[in-house]
Design a protein around this ligand. Structure first.
Ligand SMILES: *[C@@H]1O[C@H](CO)[C@@H](O)[C@H](O)[C@H]1NC(C)=O
Ligand SMILES: *[C@@H]1O[C@H](CO)[C@@H](O)[C@H](O)[C@H]1NC(C)=O
Ligand SMILES: *[C@@H]1O[C@H](CO)[C@@H](O)[C@H](O)[C@H]1NC(C)=O
Ligand SMILES: *[C@@H]1O[C@H](CO)[C@@H](O)[C@H](O)[C@H]1NC(C)=O
Ligand SMILES: *[C@@H]1O[C@H](CO)[C@@H](O)[C@H](O)[C@H]1NC(C)=O
Length: 769
């Protein structure tokens, strides 16, 4: 199941539709036929004059987008100089409501006061609400001199909306409008970088929001909110509109971001399971990475299904979602004197629901194809209890219940949130409960059907710190293994992505539902969309402190210092004494398929001691080892490929993932080589330790000590992995073994951790077994 070969996908897409569609055409720019003076004239010659070229791509990819019939598309592929052709696609943001979720609490230990002010983060998202206090430039210095971006005029947006904080703002709608037609309501959609959705405003504030005292969401999570890198600069690239984000617009946004001079791209959307040469998002992110840009992207919200992770390329830092140690507890007092717990950000302390019992009504289970229809007589004046499975638009469900007169909702999110950890900004007072609490409520309703079942509900407000063990990997967070390249561990890292406070647009209520007339400067959302900007912000801090570091070094620093323990819950205990990060979906310790290298710890990532670095050519060699053809390699890298390896190639990745079958089927140990580079001045000595379960695999480093005598020195080491034949073995542990190699500085404080995962094709993921 890990090798979903989709080589045929794009041909199938071309031939399966008869009507015209947008395609993105990649050309080899040096093969422009000489009669055409400019590339644009060449492109014009390939499209009919009536429809015309939509986008022209000049760098880093060369080509254009235009509308073709499948027959035209096929014939274009045969013209000289054409590299490939991609059907345009609609992509969606990685939020749990269909668009929305996220935030940042003032007391969050991730919130650092360090500068980050030289770093520019590009957000490819829904735009920004520029007047928000989170984007004030009060404590921000002059715009960096190398910056070449601009503030584009548009509907209710002009140059005066940019400042020293928001230093660039552009929007890309041509691909979207070619696909969906001109928006029939440009007033509500703001044909400009202005955010009508809220998502882009939310993620930008998480990564780089200025401090805003007295923020909060209707009395919840009150305090001073600020981003991870409060003085980092924001460059806005709006590509997502009400019906989604077009790939052809995203490619144009990458082109702009690269030439404008961003250091980091934050991307809360993604694609999966497409070979890199068929996936334009992989291609443009490769080009960004090659230009020295760190690309962070969300892992997706398709957990807890195994192998569900999106954004698989090694040049992207892929971020899963965990909880933070703050809680919004709420109680349901059933009339039989049993109380069950849930979470809520919509119940007010003085609500009548707190004092008086109301009838409790179970309306059934909903899934993605359910229609929300209720008889008004049935739900009016009642607390309505609903169960959901999979991706259900829960905020709309609440709105429909409210419209029909329900007074409150109790909702279980099923497998996407079995412990009921996610609170949502519903328009109706709502308590979210876990699967176990839902079962108790259901039992009570069934047992008391003769009397009317009744309940009172109450909120306990915000319990700020240490309220619950954290981090726990959210059940919805997408999981590994990497179905495309099993040897590259994905996700790379996890960061806070549950109940996150962040800035919000002023044009729509926090639920995103038009009938929601509430306005809040902040909103609370969840999703890997919200986890990603935490990593983008941390990367901005690192880039400011180490301006010469490339994206591989930044990525390594983030991963090798990530922790796989409940750091924030037991702050005063040493790491070694702590229990592991848990997986919400199983209640067991999480594996690297949920957490990658572990949980983001920005303070440590600023000074990692050693890094796993890779050059551009290393990535080219990695692509060569995937056995791509020369043409496929050229499509990805943009130049004539030069493979300096003969097939086998290990990328110097800060994680080791190998297929167990490789170990089983050979008598000698499998040998993995990695290189460490010191990023400190002066000499240092490190000692290796392998951690992991004993008796299944023998995992060894034979030269256990390495010495560095000065800055930038590189030392390689080898890890030997073989099956341990000494003891009786459990198949389960042979199918999935995970540990780490930890390099600890002798007489120093640095610790460099690299996870090791050995997994078999038989491994199908935790919760399914
Ligand atoms: C953080 O920054 C604010 C203003 O930018 C300053 O007042 C405060 O003292 C700083 N706190 C620390 C711990 O450095
Ligand atoms: C820009 O927008 C502001 C506020 O909306 C407005 O006052 C100003 O006249 C606009 N400037 C230009 C050059 O359009
Ligand atoms: C619940 O508690 C109240 C007060 O303690 C008591 O009067 C009532 O009988 C109890 N109800 C049930 C169903 O146990
Ligand atoms: C949703 O539930 C209905 C009724 O239980 C079922 O028939 C249908 O197959 C379900 N759809 C999905 C997508 O799970
Ligand atoms: C590439 O081809 C070599 C030689 O045929 C083979 O051993 C290797 O497994 C292939 N690699 C991939 C990723 O398919």
């Amino acid at each position: 199941m890990f090798h979903l070969v989709s080589v045929f996908v794009f041909l199938v897409l071309i031939t399966s539709s008869c009507s015209s569609k947008t395609f993105i055409v990649l050309v080899d720019p040096v093969l422009k036929p000489s009669p055409f003076q400019h590339h644009r004239l060449w492109y014009n010659s390939m499209v009919s004059s009536s429809s015309g070229v939509i986008h022209v791509y000049d760098s880093p990819i060369h080509g254009f987008s235009a509308t073709f019939t499948p027959d035209q598309a096929k014939s274009i592929l045969e013209l000289p100089g054409i590299l490939s052709l991609y059907p345009d696609r609609v992509m969606h943001l990685h939020t749990t409501r269909s668009p929305s979720f996220l935030g940042l609490q003032a007391t969050n230990p991730f919130v650092l006061n360090t500068s980050g002010s030289d770093s520019i983060i590009g957000f490819v998202d829904t735009g920004i609400w520029p007047e928000h206090l989170s984007f004030s430039d009060d404590n921000v210095g002059p715009v960096p001199v190398h910056w070449k971006g601009q503030c584009e005029n548009g509907f209710k947006f002009n140059r005066t909306n940019c400042n020293r904080k928001i230093i660039g703002a552009r929007y890309f709608a041509d691909g979207y409008e070619a696909w969906f037609g001109q928006s029939d309501n440009p007033v509500e959609e703001f044909r400009s970088a202005r955010d009508s959705d809220g998502h882009g405003t939310h993620v930008a504030s998480i990564a780089a929001g200025s401090p805003v005292p007295g923020s909060g969401f209707f009395g919840f999570s009150v305090g001073s909110a600020r981003g991870i890198a409060p003085t980092a600069r924001i460059a806005v690239y709006k590509v997502c509109w009400s019906s989604g984000c077009l790939l052809s617009d995203i490619c144009k946004a990458f082109e702009a971001a690269i030439s404008d001079g961003v250091h980091i791209i934050s991307l809360s959307l993604g694609s999966s399971r497409m070979p890199f040469y068929l996936d334009l998002l992989s291609i443009v992110s490769f080009r960004a990475f090659s230009s020295g840009i760190f690309v962070a992207a969300s892992a997706g919200n398709d957990g807890p299904t195994s192998a569900s992770v999106a954004n698989e390329p090694p040049w992207i830092t892929t971020v899963g979602a965990g909880t933070i140690d703050r809680d919004f507890p709420a109680k349901i007092h059933l009339k039989n004197n049993v109380s069950v717990l849930g979470t809520s950000i919509t119940l007010m302390p003085d609500d009548e629901l707190v004092r008086k019992h109301h009838p409790l009504h179970f309306v059934g289970q909903f899934n993605s194809s359910s229609k929300f229809k209720f008889s008004r007589q049935l739900v009016k004046g009642e607390i309505v209890f609903c169960m959901t499975q999979g991706h259900v638009n829960r905020l709309s469900l609440g709105a429909v219940l409210k419209r029909n007169g329900a007074v409150a909702m109790i909702i279980s999110h099923g497998i996407v949130d079995p412990n009921g950890m996610v609170s949502e900004p519903h328009v109706i007072p709502t308590i979210s409960v876990g699967v176990e609490a839902a079962r108790q409520i259901e039992d009570y309703i069934i047992s008391s059907y003769k009397q009317t079942p009744k309940a009172k509900i109450s909120s306990q407000g915000t319990i700020p710190m240490h309220a619950r063990p954290a981090p726990i990997v959210a059940s919805f967070s997408s999981r590994g293994p990497n179905s495309l390249v099993p040897g590259i561990l994905k996700p790379d890292i996890i960061a806070p992505g549950v109940d996150i406070l962040g800035a919000w647009t002023n044009t729509i209520g926090p639920s995103g539902i038009p009938s929601d007339h509430r306005r809040s400067r902040f909103n609370i959302m969840s999703g890997t969309s919200m986890a990603c900007p935490h990593v983008s912000g941390a990367a901005a801090l690192i880039k400011s402190k180490h301006p010469n570091w490339g994206p591989s070094e930044i990525k390594s620093a983030l991963m090798t210092t990530a922790i796989d323990h409940k750091r924030y819950y037991h702050r005063n205990k040493p790491f070694s004494a702590l229990p592991p990060i848990l997986d919400e979906s199983t209640g067991n310790a999480a594996t690297p398929f949920e957490t990658g290298a572990g949980h983001l710890l920005p303070i440590k990532a600023m000074a990692p001691g050693l890094v796993f670095d890779s050059e551009h050519q290393d990535y080219v060699n990695f692509l060569c080892s995937l056995n791509y053809t020369n043409k496929q390699l050229q499509i990805i890298t943009g130049s004539k490929p030069h493979c300096s390896n003969d097939g086998a190639w290990e990328l110097n990745y800060p994680a080791i993932a190998i297929e167990a079958e490789r170990v089983w089927h050979q008598d000698r140990p499998v040998v993995i080589t990695r290189k460490l580079k010191t990023v400190n001045v002066g000499s240092a000595e490190y000692e290796a330790k392998i951690v992991g379960p004993k008796g299944y695999y023998k995992v060894e480093v034979r030269s256990k000590k390495v010495k560095f005598s000065g800055m930038s020195e590189v030392v390689s080491f080898r890890v030997f992995i073989e099956k341990d034949n000494g003891v009786l073995q459990e198949m389960k542990k042979l199918n999935l073994w995970f540990g780490a190699i930890v390099w600890r500085e002798i007489e120093g404080k640095h610790e460099v951790k690299c996870p090791i995962v050995i997994f078999s094709k038989e491994y199908t993921g935790g919760w399914r077994n």
